[in-house]
Write a protein that binds this ligand. Structure first.
Ligand code: BJW
Ligand code: ZN
Length: 240
C-alpha cells in the first residue's frame, strides 16, 4: 500500500465535497486504448484532426463512422475494472461525491456510477451533425449512413476538437470543482481544455488535489499529492 493512503482515506471520510475527475487512463486496464500513449494510444495510429473534428467528419463521414464503430465494439466487449468499481463504491459510501469524466465509453455507468458528468459526450448515443437533435440508437449496419429527420447526417454524440462542451454539463462540473474540498484527477494527461482547467480551478479555491497516474502530467507539480501507479491498483486501496 502507498504510504499516503491511510491519511488520504481519513481525508476522504472528513471532506464533505469530493470530486473524481477521470480520463482515458481509468479505462486503460479494461483494455481500452488511451489517446496519447506513445505506443498504444489512438493518436499514435490515427490523426485526431481527421477523426475527431467537424472538418474531418465533413470531409469523410464514412471513415469517421467506421472508426467509432470499431471503438464502440471495443467498449461493448470491455468490462469495468477495479478503478471504475472503486469510484462507484465510494459514491455509494460517501455523500457529496461528484464524478466528472472525459470518457465516452460508458464504463463508469456499467460499474454502477449513477450519473457521471460526461464532459466529452458518450459514444453510445447519436446526434444530428446539422441540428444537434438526439439521434437515438446506433444503426444495425453502416451500409448506408443514418440521417436525422431534418436531412442532416447523424454522428456519435461526442465532443470533437474545436467544439464546445455541453454547456449544462460543463457548468455543473465547474461548480462541483469549485465547491470541492478534495479533488482527484485520475488517468488524464491534463492537456485537453477546458476540461484540464478543472483541477487547477479547484486548487485555486483551496481544494486538496490528488493526482493518480503512472506518469507525470502538467498538473503534477501543482497537485498536493501524486500517487504514481495504475488507477486500478491505487483507487481500491482507498476502500480498505
Ligand atoms: C493511466 C493508466 C492507468 C495510463 N491508470 N492512469 C487552451 C489551450 C490550448 C488549446 C486549447 C485551449 N482551449 C481549447 C483548446 C483546443 C482544444 C485543446 O484542448 N487542445 C489541446 C489538445 C492542445 N480543445 C477543444 O477543442 C475543446 N473545445 C473547445 O475548447 O471549444 C471551444 C472552442 C470552440 C471553437 C474553437 C476553439 C475552441 C474540445 C476538446 C474535445 C476533446 N475530444 C476528445 C475526443 C472525444 C471523442 C472521442 O473519444 O473520440 O476527448 S480528444 C481526447 O482527449 C478525448 C479525451 O476525453 C481527451 C482527454 O484525453 P485523456 O483522457 O486525458 O487521455 P490521454 O490519452 O491524453 O491521457 C491518458 C492518461 O492516462 C495519461 O496521462 C496516462 O499516463 C494515464 N494512464 N494508464 C491511471 N492504468
Ligand atoms: Zn437534424
Amino acid at each position: 500500500m502507498h504510504d499516503a493512503i491511510p491519511d488520504l482515506a481519513r481525508r476522504l471520510r472528513d471532506t464533505s465535497r469530493v470530486v473524481f475527475f477521470t480520463g482515458a487512463g481509468v479505462s486503460a486496464e479494461s483494455g481500452i486504448p488511451t489517446f496519447r500513449d506513445a505506443q498504444t494510444g489512438l493518436w499514435a495510429r490515427y490523426r485526431p484532426e481527421e477523426l475527431a473534428s467537424p472538418e474531418g467528419f465533413r470531409a469523410d463521414p464514412r471513415t469517421v463512422w467506421e472508426w467509432y464503430a470499431w471503438r464502440r465494439e471495443k467498449c461493448l466487449a470491455a468490462e469495468p475494472n477495479p478503478a471504475h468499481l472503486a469510484i462507484a463504491a465510494l459514491e455509494r459510501r460517501l455523500p457529496g461525491v461528484t464524478l466528472i469524466t472525459q470518457n465516452v465509453d460508458g464504463l463508469h455507468q456499467r460499474a454502477g456510477s449513477p450519473a457521471p458528468l460526461e464532459l466529452h459526450g458518450n459514444l453510445h448515443r447519436l446526434k444530428c451533425f446539422r441540428c444537434e437533435a438526439d439521434g437515438g440508437d446506433w444503426p444495425a449496419t453502416l451500409d448506408s449512413l443514418p440521417h436525422c429527420a431534418c436531412g442532416g447526417l447523424l454522428r456519435p454524440a461526442v465532443v470533437w476538437f474545436g467544439e464546445n462542451l455541453p454547456s449544462d454539463v460543463l457548468a455543473r462540473a465547474s461548480e462541483a470543482g469549485l465547491q470541492a474540498g478534495l479533488f482527484f484527477s485520475v488517468g488524464t494527461s491534463s492537456l485537453v481544455y477546458p476540461a484540464a482547467e478543472l483541477p487547477f480551478s479547484a486548487k485555486r479555491r483551496g481544494a486538496f488535489v490528488v493526482e493518480i497516474n503512472p506518469q507525470p502530467t502538467p498538473l503534477s507539480r501543482h497537485a498536493d499529492l501524486c500517487l504514481h501507479g495504475p488507477a486500478g491498483s491505487v483507487l481500491p486501496e482507498l476502500l480498505a
